[in-house]
Design a protein around this ligand. Sequence first.
Ligand SMILES: Cc1cc2nc3c(=O)[nH]c(=O)nc-3n(C[C@H](O)[C@H](O)[C@H](O)COP(=O)(O)O)c2cc1C
Length: 185
Amino acid sequence: MASPVLGLVGCAAGGVEQILPRLVEPMIERGWQVAVTLTPTAATWLDATGDIEKIEQVTGLPVRSKPRLPGEESPHPKIDCYAVVPATSNTVGKLALGLADNQALTQVCEAIGLGSVPIVVFPRINAAHARQPSWGGHIAALTRVGVRLVMGDDVWPLHEPRSVPGKELPWAAIIDAIVSAVQRP
Ligand SMILES: Cc1cc2nc3c(=O)[nH]c(=O)nc-3n(C[C@H](O)[C@H](O)[C@H](O)COP(=O)(O)O)c2cc1C
């Protein structure tokens, strides 16, 4: 059977600098192909550290952050599961509202509309983001359409901004959510 393809979308949040060793490589070891797309800000961060090149070497696919030209083919294969990890409060809000103003959002907004590709989202947020008055509505809207949210006190307790620097993302829970999303669509 062909390898399942993970469409990994990384946003400009803490932990994005660890996606290669903590998510891309473990998924490849599990037999997946991984196609990475970054938000424009995340792309500037990982470009500055040289990580985009490293991810491309490991995945064998270009890291996308810009839309293709109208006459170009997509450089990524067909996606079996999307994972937005880490997801910023900004990108979660735009996804819930259907705002597709960059390549990363374009892909996931379309997948939400199609309804046939599972989508896992890990909101890498703090307590202040969650107090923003629209936050609860965004989470409810995404849950209603079947987006699998990795969140809650057991996986990501909310702390005040900058109170827990270097907090490790719940990689094992994220990987479990991706694997089970494909096993039980
Ligand atoms: C060093 C740094 C760390 C950040 N960490 C987070 C974070 O963990 N979660 C979050 O929602 N926003 C975080 N932000 C803010 C986002 O980067 C900002 O809202 C940005 O516009 C998000 O763009 P994107 O959603 O297109 O990636 C951080 C910003 C900086 C400069």
